[in-house]
Design a protein around this ligand. Structure first.
Ligand code: SF4
Length: 456
C-alpha cells in the first residue's frame, strides 16, 4: 500500500485497502474557520438537532483567519458565531481574534491596516496554525473545511479539504465515507540551487501534470532530496496538491518531522502519541515522475491557471503593478527571510505587500536581526507594506477593504497558491504565482525577474 492507503486502511479498521475502495474512516481532527464554520454549524444543527453535541470537543479545532481584518459587519459576525458555538459546545481549541470569551469582534479601520488588532489567542492562517499549535501528527486523518487542508500532508498525515455538508456530518459522528484515491508518485532527487525554492518544485510538478492532473488522487512526495527540505518547504509543496486537483499530498515521516511534531505538541500540551506510516515495497502508483531538483530554475505559474508554467527568466516582458508575499503557502518565516535576502538594502518599485501567516511569524520577523536590524525593518525600509494583522488577507480577495486586495484590473506577482480569475480581488486582475525570492526580485524591477540576478 502507499502512504495514503496505509493511513486510510488503519482509520477504517481494515488490514488493507486499494484505490477505488469506499471506506468509512475515523477523523482525528476536524478544523473549520470563519468562512465555512457558520455553514458547517448550520448543517450540524439541522441534521443532528439544536441540542446536539459535537462528537469530540477536543478534536474540533476552530481557527478564524479569512475575513478578519475588515469592517464588513457580516464577516465580523462570523467570528462571533464561531465563539458562540465554541462556548455552547465547550470546544477546547479555539483561536479567537479577541480575548474576551463573551465579547464580540469588530475591526477598527481607524487604526489602519498595519497595526495589530488581535488578542493573545489568535493564531492566523489555519493551515499554518495547525502545526504551530500542535494539531498535526503523522499517521492521522485531518479534515478541514478548506481546500488547502492538504498542507498538513507534509507531516505524514492524510489531510484533505471537505465541504460544509461533509464537515457537519463529521462534526456529529467523527466519521466520513471516502473513496480511496489512486496515488501519484513524485520522487525528488538532487539539491536545490541558490535562488530556487520549494515553491518552484511544486510549480514544476503542477506544470508537468496540469491543474487537473491529480484530480481525486494522492500526490506522494519522497526520494533522497526530501531530507534536505525543511518542514516549511514540505508544507509549501503539500499545500499546492489541490492546485493540481489532488485529494491530498503526503510526505514520509523522518527525524525532522518527528522533532517538529514533538516540539509543537509538547509546547501546546496537545497529544504527543502518534503512529507514522512508512513506505513498503508493495506500492502501486498510477503515475511516476522523478524530479532532479538541481535542474530546476525559478518558475512562475501564469494567470489564470497554476499549471501554466514558465521560467521566470523568460518572462521579463511581463510588466507588473503589484507584488504580494503572504498566505499559508508563502507567508512563513522562511519565506519572508528569503524575500528579505533579495530585498535587503534595495527599494521596491511597485506596490509590495507583506502579510505574515501567523502572529508567531510576525514575532519571528520582528525579533530576527541581521547586522543589528530586524528583518521586519529591513522589509519596511525596502518599501514593503508589512502588516502585523496576520491572516489570509488578499490571498482570496475578501471584502473590498482587505489589505492588499486588488480592487482594479492590476497585474500581481504573488507567493500565494491560486491564480484563478478574481482570486485576489478584481475579476480582471491577473496573478502570477512564484516563490518569495522571485516575488522580491520582480518587486525590485517592476517586471517578472529571475531572483538569481540579485544573489551575491
Ligand atoms: S492563506 Fe489563502 S490559501 Fe491559505 S487558507 Fe487563507 S485563503 Fe486559503
Amino acid at each position: 500500500m502507499t502512504l495514503t492507503e496505509k493511513i486510510l486502511a488503519r482509520a477504517a479498521g481494515k488490514g488493507s485497502v486499494k484505490a477505488g475502495d469506499n471506506v468509512w474512516v475515523k477523523a482525528d481532527i476536524l478544523m473549520t474557520h470563519d468562512v465555512c464554520g457558520p455553514g458547517t454549524i448550520g448543517v450540524f444543527k439541522r441534521e443532528f438537532g439544536p441540542e446536539a453535541k459535537v462528537w469530540d470537543r477536543h478534536k474540533v479545532v476552530v481557527i478564524p483567519d479569512h475575513y478578519i481584518f475588515t469592517a464588513d459587519s457580516k464577516s465580523n459576525r462570523n467570528v462571533d458565531i464561531l465563539r458562540d458555538f465554541v462556548r455552547e459546545q465547550n470546544i477546547t481549541y479555539f483561536y479567537d481574534v479577541i480575548d474576551d470569551p463573551n465579547g464580540s469582534w469588530k475591526f477598527d479601520p481607524s487604526k489602519g491596516p498595519l497595526q495589530r488588532q488581535y488578542g493573545s489567542q489568535y493564531a492566523g492562517v489555519c493551515h499554518t496554525a495547525l502545526p504551530q499549535k500542535g494539531h498535526t501528527r503523522p499517521g492521522e486523518i485531518l479534515f478541514g473545511t478548506d481546500s488547502h487542508t492538504c498542507m498538513a500532508g507534509a507531516y505524514n498525515e492524510f489531510a484533505t479539504g471537505i465541504g460544509n455538508t461533509d464537515a457537519g456530518f463529521v462534526m456529529g459522528t467523527g466519521k466520513l465515507l471516502l473513496k480511496v484515491p489512486e496515488t501519484m508518485h513524485f520522487r525528488l532527487e538532487g539539491q536545490l540551487q541558490p535562488g530556487v525554492m520549494a515553491k518552484d518544485i511544486i510549480l514544476h510538478c503542477i506544470g508537468e501534470i496540469g491543474f487537473d492532473g491529480a484530480t481525486y488522487r494522492a500526490m506522494q512526495f519522497d526520494g533522497p532530496a526530501v531530507k534536505n527540505l525543511s518542514m516549511d518547504d514540505r508544507t509549501t509543496i503539500a499545500n499546492m496538491a489541490i492546485e493540481a486537483g489532488g485529494k491530498n499530498g503526503i510526505f514520509e515521516c523522518d527525524d525532522q518531522t518527528r522533532a517538529a511534531v514533538d516540539a509543537r505538541c509538547r509546547l501546546n500540551g496537545t497529544r504527543q502519541t502518534y503512529e507514522p506510516v512508512e513506505r513498503d515495497r508493495h506500492e502501486s502508483f498510477v503515475y511516476e515522475l522523478t524530479v532532479d531538483l538541481s535542474k530546476l530554475e525559478p518558475t512562475v505559474a501564469c494567470h489564470p491557471d497554476p499549471g501554466r508554467r514558465q521560467l521566470a527568466r523568460l518572462m521579463t516582458q511581463t510588466q507588473l503593478d503589484r507584488a504580494y508575499v503572504g498566505s499559508c503557502t508563502g507567508g512563513k518565516t522562511s519565506d519572508f527571510l528569503e524575500f528579505a535576502r533579495v530585498l535587503r538594502g534595495k527599494k521596491v518599485v511597485i506596490d509590495t505587500f507583506g502579510v505574515p501567516a501567523s502572529p508567531e511569524i510576525v514575532h519571528d520577523l520582528q525579533t530576527a536581526r541581521w547586522d543589528g536590524q530586524t528583518v521586519w525593518q529591513i522589509l519596511v525600509d525596502a518599501g514593503v507594506q508589512m502588516t502585523e494583522n496576520a491572516g489570509c488577507a488578499a490571498c482570496l480577495g475578501g471584502p473590498v477593504d482587505t489589505f492588499g486586495r486588488m480592487n482594479a484590473p492590476l497585474k500581481c506577482i504573488s507567493a500565494t497558491n491560486r491564480n484563478f480569475p478574481g482570486r485576489m480581488g478584481h475579476r480582471e486582475s491577473q496573478v502570477f504565482l512564484a516563490s518569495p525570492a522571485t516575488v522580491a526580485a520582480s518587486a525590485l524591477t517592476g517586471h517578472i525577474t529571475d531572483p538569481r540576478e540579485y544573489l551575491s
